[in-house]
Design a protein around this ligand. Sequence first.
Ligand code: NAI
Length: 264
Amino acid sequence: IEATGRYADRFGGQLVLVTGAGSGIGRATAFAFAEAGARVIAVDRDAEGASRTAEMSRLIGAPEAWAEMVDVSDEQAMEKLAEKVATEYGVVDVLVNNAGIGLSGRFLDTTPEDWRKVLDVNLWGVIHGCRLFGRQMAERGQGGHIVNTTSAAAYQPSRALPAYSTSKAAVLMLSECLRAELAGQGIGVTAICPGFVNTNITSTARFAGVDAAEEKRRQQRSARLYGLRNYPPEKVADAILRAVVRNEAVVPVTPEARGAYLLS
Ligand code: NAI
């Protein structure tokens, strides 16, 4: 972990909740807020990953950090989390809806079950987070910020990722609508759109209806691509903190995401 000190104490005393904080971009984001003095709630369905993030966040500089094992697509579990957070930790100042899963496969090969899984986590998870924590922010009346991790896939059509891209496009639009709705209450909303970032998501993504030879070619292609880009999650985390500080609306991160955004 590199301590840049760029946002030293900028988030001192603030309460930040990050979902999907057990690895990748979410973990790097929790660390960046910890380094900036925030109290951190690391939420993930992977209990071990979340605990490790919370433990490390304390070492990095978070005055307090907690791990919560929650599946963001589970409405009741999210409601329980929102209640617990409000009672035990306080109202969240910054919410980062970042948990997400990948799914590759042509549209005609994907099943309704595939679609449900991706939309349940990538879209419904964000809806639950925005609804529950956004309401607490609005009721408190002291502003706040919501960051939703979407993707360059949200505005860049691809034959390989129809379900994933659709889920991310929905989150992009939700973020923009919510930004308009909550602006009057001093609550900012940002859609973060990374391109290719080196994390687990590529290795854990499921592939629908793609034959083994094609899958192997795809993996070789993406290994070249990821190898070339080599974009670290810490840089996405940095863009997230900057977006909160500057109250930015849509933030394409990574060079190819910026390029595709300009063309979209
Ligand atoms: P990752 O796989 O390293 O991290 C995702 C985390 O979310 C994991 O810790 C996982 O356990 C957690 N998670 C998954 N489903 C969950 C659920 N239902 N409830 C709670 N936690 C859950 O992947 P990465 O790359 O850090 O992904 C973070 C976000 O960034 C995702 O929304 C992803 O779609 C998005 N993204 C990633 C890009 C990349 O190239 N890595 C590019 C564009 C967007």
